[in-house]
Design a binder for this molecule. Structure first.
Ligand code: SAM
Length: 264
């Protein structure tokens, strides 16, 4: 029954998304990228009936960090990304931002597999603490606000933070669990140098998480949002904050990524 409900939620979410992508979303580069990915995945399918998508891109990858040098960041699992992860380039951008900010404490909302958490750990000092908050699957039905149907699959996972569990850098990482709308952030007030907001992409949650992060970020700290160009809830909330709230007027979208940043 719950599987059927999950499927129903998934179909409803996809339908909503497709409706958007094929109408007003056409004006948005993130949506066009999504269509291209979909197109490529269909065209890369095996003709035999095996529906496993085949990656048609066999040419080895490089990027501006490699081409122009000067990149001293360390990476792990940078090319092992699919849905729900930051892209390779975004992971490099975030790693370099972390290196530049040299934070004592990082706070991430939305752990998922912990790929970005691990790379933030690899690019910060040995005594930096990385706190990462994740919504346990069991709390999915009792969140304070409604999360998007399309993100249920990122909440429902066997392990949260699997990419760093057992890794030597994991000693710097503290996993905390709960719903970001009811989580008590008081312990972290004014103590965070870099915050990464990548939990629920629903409008209300992005507003909630941005507000909560504002209470824990230090003056001079950096707030990073993921998925600005990928989820309507994220761009609607961030646009609104940018236009209506003087505290957020300094937000900048990093071109070529879905990342938005603000130096507080
Ligand atoms: C897109 S994934 C995060 C990806 C991860 N930050 C990375 O860069 O690899 C979103 C994560 O947010 C978590 N999440 C969703 N709603 C949440 C909430 N209300 N409170 C805390 N975490 C939430 C999900 O469980 C999921 O692990």
């Amino acid at each position: 029954m719950s599987k059927a409900l999950d499927n129903l939620r998934l179909y409803a979410g996809v339908l909503k998304r497709v409706g958007y992508t094929l109408t007003v979303g056409m004006l948005n580069s993130g949506s066009r990228d999504e269509l291209l990915k979909l197109y490529n995945s269909y065209n890369g399918q095996q003709p035999s009936g095996d529906s496993t998508p085949v990656d048609p891109f066999i040419i080895p990858k490089t990027d501006v960090f490699e081409l122009f040098g000067g990149d001293s960041a360390a990476y792990e699992g940078v090319y092992e990304c699919g849905f729900g992860h930051t892209t390779e380039f975004e992971l490099k951008v975030i790693s370099n931002l972390v290196k530049k900010w040299n934070p004592r404490r990082i706070f991430e909302i939305g752990t998922f597999e912990g790929r970005t958490t691990l790379n933030m750990a690899l690019n910060s000092d040995t005594d930096t603490e990385i706190v990462t908050l994740d919504l346990p699957a069991e709390e999915l039905a009792s969140t304070k606000m409604e999360i998007e149907e399309g993100e249920v699959r990122y909440v429902k996972k066997e392990v949260s933070g699997g990419r760093f569990i057992g890794h030597p850098a994991a000693s710097k990482i503290r996993q905390v669990f709960g719903d970001s709308a009811s989580f008590d952030f008081e312990e972290y007030r004014n103590s965070v140098d870099v915050a990464f907001i990548d939990g629920s992409h629903a409008y209300e949650y992005v507003l909630n998480d941005s507000e909560k992060v504002f209470t824990i970020i230090r003056k001079g700290g950096l707030i990073i949002w993921h998925d600005y160009t990928n989820w309507p809830g994220v761009w609607t909330a961030l646009n609104e904050l940018y236009e209506r709230d003087a505290r957020f007027r300094g937000i900048r979208h990093i071109g070529g990524t879905s990342i938005a940043i603000l130096t507080v």
